[in-house]
Design a protein around this ligand. Sequence first.
Ligand SMILES: Nc1nc2c(c(=O)[nH]1)N[C@H]1C(S)=C(S)[C@@H](COP(=O)(O)O)O[C@H]1N2
Ligand SMILES: [Mo]
Length: 201
Amino acid sequence: MPPVTRGFVGRRRRDVRLPPGQYDVGDQWPVLTAERAPHLDTDRWTFRVEGLVRREVEWTWDEIRALPRDRWDGDIHCVTTWSKFGMRFDGVPVDTLLEAAGPLPEARFVVAHSHSGYTTNLPLADVTGGRAWVVFEAQGRPLTREHGGPARLLVPHLYFWKSAKWVSGLRLLSDDEPGFWERNGYHDRGDPWREQRFQGD
Ligand SMILES: Nc1nc2c(c(=O)[nH]1)N[C@H]1C(S)=C(S)[C@@H](COP(=O)(O)O)O[C@H]1N2
Ligand SMILES: [Mo]
């Protein structure tokens, strides 16, 4: 194949990997935090699934760390237009946590809460089926405090504001209830491939 064609194909592949309106941030990993980054002690850390569940369940750090681990490799997309390719996160599938609590049939939405007060809402269907995790490691190393350590939510198929840093739990609801950015005009779902940045997109 002539070199000009190879180059064309290479560029196309990279474009296809980038959702509309996004740019490749390269090696940096920007930090975006609305609140003050909390100092969380793993001795007192908890994660709780509550709301429309058969039984509310709370895990300590040691308990959640003892659950079967899972890995996700892929790209992340922030609504402020940066995307970062080739991320690796390790943690626990949200499916595992929800199974323990037993979502009730009327549960259709979740609000993710952070120890720092941040909230973000998601359809339950977006955090089930192997598409969301509570993660403890990024790029093979413990999650740093600025990136949400000791644990954050990871919902990589949606804009990254849905991936609550310092996550403290999930509340299951029958009706959608906007979180912090959603009350300030951001989209309730936030699919980067449909460019759902703001309410009405
Ligand atoms: N608790 C909390 N989680 C948060 C945010 C935040 O301000 N507070 N920002 C969101 C946004 S807008 C993005 S893009 C990502 C940024 O994660 P990073 O700082 O690790 O890149 O976290 C999301 N989760
Ligand atoms: Mo973001």
